[in-house]
Design a protein around this ligand. Structure first.
Ligand SMILES: *Cc1c(COP(=O)(O)O)cnc(C)c1O
Length: 368
């Protein structure tokens, strides 16, 4: 699709069905486990629901388009997608680098399921990952990191991986393909949770892997078939339906996040604020070099856990919830999940409320 199109146009065009007269403009989900077979065996586009489904195909074509990949594969959750990609790329004897400051269950999977198979697992922060990549076979980067919002310079990391012949996987959940396109920056695979901003309505789990290496994508499809970590057709359809409004939602989320970061910046009750799009943030220079939008997440530090709870209680708009990327602005106190952050550290996911309403509500709740 042409680069001349903006993000909302690209998202709408990506989910468009072919204009066949009499066929629905927005086709519904195809709910099927078995498809009619042909005498010409092997010619069928669909045979069995774990191997393929027309609704997946539509969703995967849209995801591939947005990520700038030849192929995307849907999975039942972000973890299903990430673990499939790691199982396919990291083998006995491989050195695998995973983010020390990224999604915590990925580290657990590497330690509990890959290390016993003979994979050497190393954890690296955003600032240590370049050095760690110098002796790795597979590198998984997450940027901006979750929850600290540090940015990994993907050009630089991809160059190190290319020289060494290591595979680079990038978790693109936080920025979505409208915020960042890791494949164009040198990654071999994008892995992501579609549960967050991509689907965006806090009502389903989904994941995907996108890439352009035919052998790697074939191995991943095989892995999905054999592991059975598939996305239900109805969920696939809901994600597809959500993709059409991703441009609008994400634009507002980014705008709200930027406004909140600006409002928090000099607030006496806020000890620190992190947002990659805030000039002066340690991540800003790297973010400007590779991100098209800075995302909907802002991290702040309040004095203690009670201050985070009070913020949510006094606000009329904030909801306390883990996960992020939904239409509601939500707050998650990450220390409760064991992230190595202070007790008063809160990750705020900006929703799609009117910016002025959101900023005044949160400032009033902070001052309460
Ligand atoms: C949520 C999340 C995941 C896991 O996705 P699920 O859909 O919950 O399985 C992976 N990576 C990041 C960065 C996430 O935020």
């Amino acid at each position: 699709m042409s680069d001349r199109y903006g993000d909302s146009t690209r998202a709408v065009k990506a989910v468009n069905s072919q204009p066949v007269p009499g066929e629905p403009v927005g086709p519904g989900p195809v709910m099927a486990s078995a498809f009619h077979l042909s005498d010409d065996e092997g010619s069928e586009p669909n045979t069995y629901g774990r191997a393929g489904n027309p609704t997946w195909c539509q969703l995967e074509a849209a995801l591939a388009e947005l990520e700038g990949a030849t192929t995307a594969l849907s999975f039942g959750s972000g973890m299903a997608a990430i673990t499939a990609a790691l199982r396919v790329t990291a083998k006995a004897g491989s050195v695998l680098v995973v983010p020390a400051d990224g999604y915590y269950q990925v580290r657990r999977f590497a330690a509990e399921s890959l290390a016993p198979l003979g994979v050497t697992v190393r954890e690296a922060n955003a600032d240590q990952i370049y050095e760690a990549a110098g002796s790795a076979d597979v590198v998984l980067a997450e940027t901006p990191t979750n929850p600290a919002l540090d940015v990994v310079d993907l050009h630089r990391l991809a160059e190190i991986c290319r020289e060494r012949g290591a595979r680079l996987l990038v978790d693109n959940t936080t920025p979505t393909p409208l915020g960042q396109q890791p494949l164009s920056l040198g990654a071999d695979l994008v892995v992501a949770s579609a549960t967050k901003a991509l689907a965006g309505h806090s009502d389903l789990l989904a994941g995907y892997v996108a890439g352009s290496h035919p052998e790697l994508m074939a191995l991943l499809e095989r892995e999905r078939l054999l592991s059975g970590a598939i996305l239900g057709s109805f969920e696939a359809w809901l994600v597809l339906r959500s993709l059409g409004s991703l441009g609008l939602r994400f634009e507002r989320q980014c705008q709200n996040a930027m406004a909140l970061a600006g409002a928090f910046r000099h607030h006496p009750k806020v000890r620190s604020v992190r947002y990659p799009g805030l000039p002066g943030d340690p991540s800003y220079p790297a973010a400007v070099g590779q991100m098209r939008r800075f995302g909907g997440l802002v991290s702040i530090e309040l004095p203690d856990a009670a201050a985070v709870h009070a913020l949510v209680r006094r606000s009329e708009l904030l909801v306390a919830a883990t996960s992020f990327g939904g239409i509601h602005t939500s707050v998650d106190r990450r220390a409760r999940w064991g992230d190595p952050v202070p007790d008063g550290f809160a990750r705020i996911s900006a929703g799609i409320e009117d910016t002025d309403d959101l900023v005044s509500d949160i400032l009033a709740a902070l001052d309460g």
